[in-house]
Design a protein around this ligand. Structure first.
Ligand SMILES: [Ca+2]
Length: 505
């Protein structure tokens, strides 16, 4: 059986199979209408509890940054074990190539041609509105206890209050609201349910705002990442007796961009651990130590799930919000964080958007399995609804990949295509359709590049001249996928900056 027979809300545990079909359907419709469901549809006569869902999001972690995805230097034994016990998704994509829009896609199930937050921007623009429905809101209405721990980036004081996490489906929220604030691993404070939570760090401030400050610490007392992991463990230990959704949005290994400009090293971590004596630069040691530190914390989380006896009731997804950066003084050559892929953060080549993704659910997902199903962050919405046993809202760009996870590939629906758009650096668009990848720079008007990923994973050979019909189809899809939005307009391209000189968020 794919689900436990335990049910935490007995009033919903009547086996549907025992009721005449039409009355059963009425009961199901009534129960769905109550929006208070924690039990999944009957399977083989059993009514079962919906599983806990933990989505662990790394920040700027590349496709090649984990051992189980080919990393040679940085040790990630716990995530490697997660892959050995679960499923690797090798064709899974972030929502965007930078933080905020990627998280918007994850939360709303809409791609960047349709969603509200399509880039990193000001608080008044980089925020969800009351009418934007998040997956957390749907899970909350379905009876889940919901928590955000870590970085939000979709609503903050100073004009983005409508998108604050406690207003967007989270019963509990601890962490950073602003992305600039989140650059600093030793901030003066974090936010806990809308209140400032002081940490005791002293910060050299570059910029202040109602959301917090950006800068770097001159006195380091408490490391935010460690607080997030400790809070996640506490949350799991103290969970109420109903399913939970934990969105653990870690900031590792994002750079402290202001710290890079101020000190030359934006890869902030309490110690370099295993790598202290390596012949690497300080930022490279920091980069490796951050990732290994994150891995160790995730190992503690898995140990806790086992100790609490909820390992088989908990589906855990690990992924990254976009490709790797070089904004902390680190060198891409040291660890090859994109692996075999072309490009990094801000590119719409594969390295900017294809992300290392692992899903673990003992007893349900085959250990050591791997899937090349083409999915992306927007699919989390429908997948979570599938797990919770509720209907996904209409009109989303979201297809559940639960059949893939459960090995029922014959039941897996597929996207006609995936789409991304990005407004920085002169703008660009991309489409993934089957083996084809199209990239257009600038948006709408640029020449369309076409790559066959089945033979050219590194996107080195532009085949546009050899496949004019496919290019015409891609042009049509680019136009079809994009819905105009007044907040997101293509700006004239600025002169290129020298790599590593003036990193941006
Ligand atoms: Ca990011």
């Amino acid at each position: 059986m794919p689900y436990s027979s335990d049910c935490l809300q007995p009033r919903f545990c009547t086996p549907v199979r025992a009721i005449p079909f039409r009355y059963g359907m009425l009961l199901v419709a009534f129960v769905f209408g109550l929006s208070s469901i924690v039990s999944t549809p009957a399977r083989g006569g059993e009514q079962a509890q919906a599983p806990n869902i933990i989505f662990i999001l790394a920040d700027d972690l590349g496709y090649g940054d984990l051992g189980c995805f080919g990393q040679k230097w940085i040790q990630t034994p716990h995530l490697d074990r997660m892959a050995a016990e679960g499923m690797k998704l090798t064709n899974f994509y972030a929502g965007a190539t930078v933080c905020a829009p990627s998280r918007c896609v994850l939360m709303t199930g809409l791609h960047t041609g349709h969603c509200e937050v399509r880039g990193n921007s000001a608080a008044t623009v980089q925020r969800l509105r009351p009418e934007d429905t998040t997956v957390a809101e749907v899970l909350q209405r379905a009876g889940y206890h919901t928590a955000l721990i870590g970085k939000w980036g979709l609503g903050e004081p100073g004009g983005g209050e409508a998108g604050l996490p406690n207003k967007k489906g989270f019963d509990y929220a601890f962490g950073y609201l602003s992305q600039s604030h989140a650059h600093n691993y030793y901030p003066e404070f974090l936010w806990r349910n809308g209140e400032k939570f002081p940490l005791g760090n002293v910060v050299h401030k570059v910029k202040e705002g109602p959301w917090g400050e950006s800068g770097w610490a001159t006195t380091k007392v408490r490391y935010s990442h460690d607080l997030f992991m400790a809070d996640a463990l506490r949350f799991v230990q103290e969970r109420p007796k109903k399913p939970f959704f934990l969105y653990l949005a870690l900031t590792i290994p994002h750079a402290n961009n202001e710290g890079t400009r101020g000190t030359g090293n934006g890869q902030e971590v309490p110690d370099h651990g295993l790598y202290a004596n390596r012949d690497w630069s300080e930022p490279d040691k920091g980069q490796a130590a951050m990732i290994t530190r994150m891995d160790a914390g995730i190992g503690q989380l898995f140990a806790l799930l086992r100790a609490q006896g909820i390992d088989e009731q908990t589906l855990v997804i690990f992924s990254s919000d976009n490709g790797p950066h070089r904004e902390g003084g680190n060198r891409l050559e040291t660890f090859n964080p994109s692996g075999p892929l072309r490009g990094i953060k801000r590119d719409l080549y594969e390295g900017g958007i294809r992300v290392p993704t692992i899903v673990r659910w003992p007893g349900r997902i085959a250990p050591g399995s791997q899937s090349d199903h083409i999915g992306y962050f927007g699919d989390f919405f429908a997948t979570a609804c599938d797990l919770a046993g509720v209907q996904s809202p209409a009109g989303l760009d979201s297809i559940s990949f639960l059949p893939t996870l459960l090995g029922k590939t014959e039941q897996q629906a597929r996207h006609e295509y995936l789409y991304w758009e990005f407004y920085e650096q002169g703008s660009r668009q991309a489409i993934r359709q089957g083996k084809w990848k199209a990239v257009r720079m600038p948006m709408f008007t640029g020449p369309i590049e076409l790559y066959d990923l089945s033979t050219d994973l590194g996107e080195q050979h532009n085949l546009a001249d050899q496949h004019e019909e496919i290019v015409r189809e891609m042009a049509s899809l680019f136009d079809r996928a994009h819905t105009p939005h007044p907040n997101w307009q293509v700006a004239p391209r600025k002169p290129a900056k020298q790599p590593g000189t003036k990193p941006r968020p």
